[in-house]
Design a protein around this ligand. Structure first.
Ligand SMILES: Nc1ncnc2c1ncn2[C@@H]1O[C@H](COP(=O)(O)OP(=O)(O)OP(=O)(O)O)[C@@H](O)[C@H]1O
Ligand SMILES: [Mg+2]
Length: 350
């Protein structure tokens, strides 16, 4: 029998009250993450990746945000926990690192203050023990000269070091799940690679699961076991990472993959981009949300919204009983030949 998932997000809907009326930024998202697994979430800007992460962590201001559905971590629904319980869970059971280390760290406190605070929120221990643990966490996350760093303020550190500090703080309570929302977007390529290598090493030594949110499909290929692709608040495809890159089914996924610039491309050639724009949440199309940008759209696509179809049943692995879910939200995925050039147009970016 397969083990129950560590995280099971079921029909998550997150809505905001805005001046122009209510919007549903995450609209019926479901996925699971197993122990030790890394799930990637990809999609263009505004498709609901951060709102999904913030909903799992329950970090949104509940004055204007509301949730429905369930987010079960080890069988306990986080969405129905009282805030005091949720506060305990944050940091100890699940933790998040965000893109912007400068705004995640408090500029007026030293690094030492903040790492020790993160430790003692969840664990009762003397200041001396907390200090020792802080030093060992900074060592584990590759911060050189940790004793000195503990006395410094956030602005005195490079972006890469600040990100390591945030990772150390996130790990301080030994969470079962780490959510990393664009953890390396603000960093240069070398530092980015170092941070990703660090996350991967820490994960394999602790069997921690992670959700990795990124624009960068190269990062997904390196880091993730499984991927969900989001478009305008919904999951449009879910697959394990090899299947996603080898045989993307949704036209949107094909477009994203075709938009990755090739290293040896002819620079006089324009870059591929997906034509058109993501519709606004105030005017969500009645049919397929991607239809107006899709080369393969038919009248049916424009008139009625396709369900997220489980296509796992059709694979041989499933017959063998060990398949990972494979899902696609498209009326026509069967009819689009696998290697058709995706729904992209070319546009010069110079
Ligand atoms: N507090 C809020 N009030 C109203 N709308 C919001 C709020 N927060 C987010 N949204 C909207 O929800 C949608 C999803 O936003 P989200 O930040 O999750 O996108 P994203 O996929 O993380 O994008 P990016 O790649 O740029 O980080 C966007 O249309 C955004 O404008
Ligand atoms: Mg985001």
């Amino acid at each position: 029998m397969t083990k129950p998932a560590l995280l099971a997000v079921t029909d998550l809907k997150t809505s905001f009250l805005t001046e122009r009326g209510p919007v549903t930024a995450v609209d019926g998202v479901s996925f699971t993450v197993r122990r030790g697994e890394t799930l990637g979430i990809v999609g263009e800007s505004g498709c609901g990746k951060s709102v999904t992460a913030d909903s799992i962590m329950r970090l949104l201001d509940e004055k204007d945000a509301s949730y429905s559905g369930s987010v079960e971590l080890d069988g306990r629904d986080l969405l129905s926990l009282p805030e005091t319980e949720m506060r305990k869970a944050r940091g100890s059971e699940l933790a998040m690192i965000a893109q912007d280390s400068m705004s995640s760290l408090n500029p007026v406190f030293t690094i030492g203050n903040q790492v020790i605070e993160a430790i003692t929120v969840h664990q009762k221990m003397s200041q001396k023990d907390a200090y020792r643990l802080a030093i060992s966490l900074l060592e584990r996350t590759g911060v050189p000269d940790p004793e000195h760093r503990m006395t410094q303020y956030p602005h005195e550190l490079s972006g890469g070091l600040r990100q390591r500090i945030l990772i150390a703080m996130a790990l301080s309570g030994n969470p079962k799940l780490l959510i990393a929302d664009e953890p390396t977007t603000a960093l240069d390529v070398t530092t980015q690679a170092q941070i990703l290598t660090l996350i991967r090493a820490l994960q394999s030594s602790s069997n921690m699961a992670s959700v990795l949110i990124t624009h960068d499909l190269g990062v997904v290929a390196e880091m993730c076991d499984r991927v969900i692709v989001m478009y305008l608040g919904q999951v449009v495809e879910e697959a394990d990472v090899d299947a996603l890159f080898d045989s993307p089914r949704h036209p949107y996924t094909r477009g994203l993959l075709a938009s990755i610039p090739e290293i040896d491309r002819d620079r006089s050639e324009p870059l591929n981009v997906i034509a058109g724009r993501v519709p606004t949440l105030h005017a969500v199309p009645v049919g397929c949300r991607f239809a107006e940008r899709c080369d393969f759209a038919t009248d049916k696509c424009r008139d009625s919204a396709p369900p997220l179809e489980d296509v796992t049943l059709e694979t041989e692995d499933m017959l063998a009983g060990d398949a990972t879910p494979l899902k696609v939200r498209c009326w026509n995925w069967r009819d689009i030949p696998m290697n058709t050039i995706p729904a992209t147009t070319t546009q010069a970016i110079r």
